[in-house]
Design a protein around this ligand. Structure first.
Ligand SMILES: Nc1ncnc2c1ncn2[C@@H]1O[C@H](COP(=O)(O)OP(=O)(O)OP(=O)(O)O)[C@@H](O)[C@H]1O
Ligand SMILES: [Mg+2]
Length: 205
């Protein structure tokens, strides 16, 4: 089983949007997928409760000891403010961390601080965990994207995708869906932006 933690201590950076869509992508590829919702707000849990039954199945697990689950992928949505002992504990469970970053100077600065904290964790330094960044609600060729790239210089963390602000994410979430459950024509432009991230995930398959 491969485990992905979606994390950024900054609130509203796009963790739940990204984690539900990553889980939806993997499920759409025919993988057995579970989500673990560490956030007390339980947004991912509520989203899953509204997921139509005919769509590719995503299980919900309450336990971090998901090793017993017969799933190939576990996607973990985490709360704002994740740090310290909780972060250390969660890192022991995972193979990959994806950090979604919102397009503001404050978000980018705070996220760089978080990436530095991650980098200082022994398990990350030893190369046992892959870390990547996703620019959320961010278009390439904008000031935010350029600033993010400058901030990441010297950190050796890849940018896996820029996912632009799109109603498709918002509308899909209302219905327990992801981009990967919509008719292709409804999300064509958005899906294009996922290619590199998909390849990154597939390398780990
Ligand atoms: N690419 C996108 N296009 C449009 N809206 C987006 C996109 N990404 C995120 N959002 C919106 O931004 C808001 C914050 O996203 P989300 O809830 O995923 O963040 P979060 O990091 O999980 O927040 P919290 O820290 O509260 O858990 C939501 O209203 C979500 O719909
Ligand atoms: Mg959330």
């Amino acid at each position: 089983m491969k485990t992905i933690l979606i994390a950024n201590p900054k609130g509203g950076s796009g963790k739940t949007t990204l984690s539900t869509n990553v889980a939806g992508y993997l499920a759409s590829r025919g993988h057995r997928v579970a989500m673990l919702d560490l956030d007390r707000q339980q947004s991912a849990t509520q989203w899953l409760a509204g997921r139509p039954r005919h769509l590719p199945r995503i299980e919900l697990t309450q336990s971090e000891e998901a090793k017993d689950l017969s799933v190939e992928w576990l996607v973990i949505d985490s709360p704002a403010g994740l740090h310290g002992k909780n972060l250390e504990h969660d890192l022991k469970l995972v193979h990959m961390v994806i950090v979604p970053i919102a397009p503001s100077a404050f978000d980018i600065q705070a996220s760089r601080d978080f990436l530095e904290v991650l980098h200082q964790e022994k398990i990350v330094r030893k190369g046992k965990i892959f870390v990547g960044v996703v620019g959320m609600r961010m278009d390439p060729r904008t000031r935010a994207a350029l600033t993010l790239e400058q901030f990441l210089q010297g950190l050796d963390v890849p940018i896996l995708a820029y996912l632009r602000e799109a109603q498709a994410y918002v509308n899909a979430a209302f219905e327990g869906k992801t981009l990967f459950d919509l008719p292709h024509s409804a999300a064509e432009r958005e899906l294009e932006q996922w290619t590199y991230l998909q390849n990154w995930l597939e390398q780990a398959e």
